[in-house]
Design a protein around this ligand. Structure first.
Ligand code: 6PG
Length: 253
């Protein structure tokens, strides 16, 4: 049964990173206490970078059970890992290079491969980390971004991947803000198996998309972030005041 959606509005990007770090640590500690490991899918783009950096500082850097953490990505661009267009590149620079996560527990999408090869490889990676009898892991936490067009991960408006019901990983092509177009993305079935999904949204440029996604229209093909509806997990929207400026009412938690 779906848990209620929680929307938390914070003053600015710095408090978005701070609150995101608190949620991250809580999810990590709960996962390790329950299952001995913490499976997290990181989002790409620029918004989570402040959170990544904040996690490398006190008090969070000594609170996260880094050696029990397994890192995945919700999506990746098909560029080499050394490219500034790579989501892995920025997570490595802002977080992974500063904390003791074993290299064998960093499960990146191999963006240097062709789309077909990268999809096959990441599908295999997901299966090897999955609980018995499953094709992909239940992520303890998945960080999610929101594009100004309502996309999340690399699930873009009108794309078949938005309504994919079987395959865990799809290759997509997207033209968004001049960013790398060839991508690999997890699909809604994987995200929606997650125990906790945390959207991080900042900036006035996201306000219209956030209002549409959280509004009354139910149209995931137009607003793909609406496809993220965890089956039994928690869904949290964490937005700064600028991004939340068009949200109606105060019924949100
Ligand atoms: C990507 C991201 C993408 C991102 C949104 C928001 O690979 O580009 O996964 O889904 O989260 O585009 O990006 P910003 O945080 O840079 O606004």
């Amino acid at each position: 049964m779906n848990q209620p959606t929680e929307v938390r509005i914070v003053p600015d990007r710095a408090s978005l990173a701070e609150t995101g770090a608190e949620i991250f640590v809580a999810a990590a500690l709960q996962a390790v206490a329950a299952r001995g490991r913490f499976l997290v899918a990181l989002s790409g783009g620029s918004t989570p970078r402040d959170l990544f950096a904040r996690l490398t500082q006190p008090p969070f850097v000594t609170a996260v059970p880094w050696t029990a953490m397994h890192v995945f990505w919700g999506d990746e661009r098909l560029v080499p890992p050394s490219s500034s267009g790579s989501n892995y590149f920025h997570a490595r620079r802002q977080l992974l290079d500063h904390v003791p996560i074993p290299a064998t527990q960093v499960h990146r999408v191999r963006g240097e491969l062709t789309a077909v090869e990268a999809v096959a490889d990441y599908t295999r990676v997901l299966a090897t980390s999955a609980e018995a009898g499953r094709s992909w892991p239940r992520f303890d936490l998945a960080l999610m971004g929101l594009g100004a067009d309502g996309h999340t991960a690399s699930l873009f408006p009108g794309a078949p991947a938005v309504v994919e019901t079987e395959a865990p990983v799809k290759a997509v092509t997207a033209d968004y803000e001049g960013r790398p177009a060839q991508r690999v993305t997890l699909t809604p079935p994987v995200f929606n198996d997650g125990r906790e999904l945390l959207f991080l949204v900042a900036g006035a440029e996201k306000a219209a998309a956030l209002a549409a996604v959280l509004g009354d229209t139910d149209d995931a093909l137009s607003w793909p972030a609406q496809a993220i509806q965890p089956r039994a997990g928690k869904l949290i929207w964490l937005a700064d005041v600028e991004a939340a400026q068009l949200l109606q009412g105060t019924e949100w938690v």
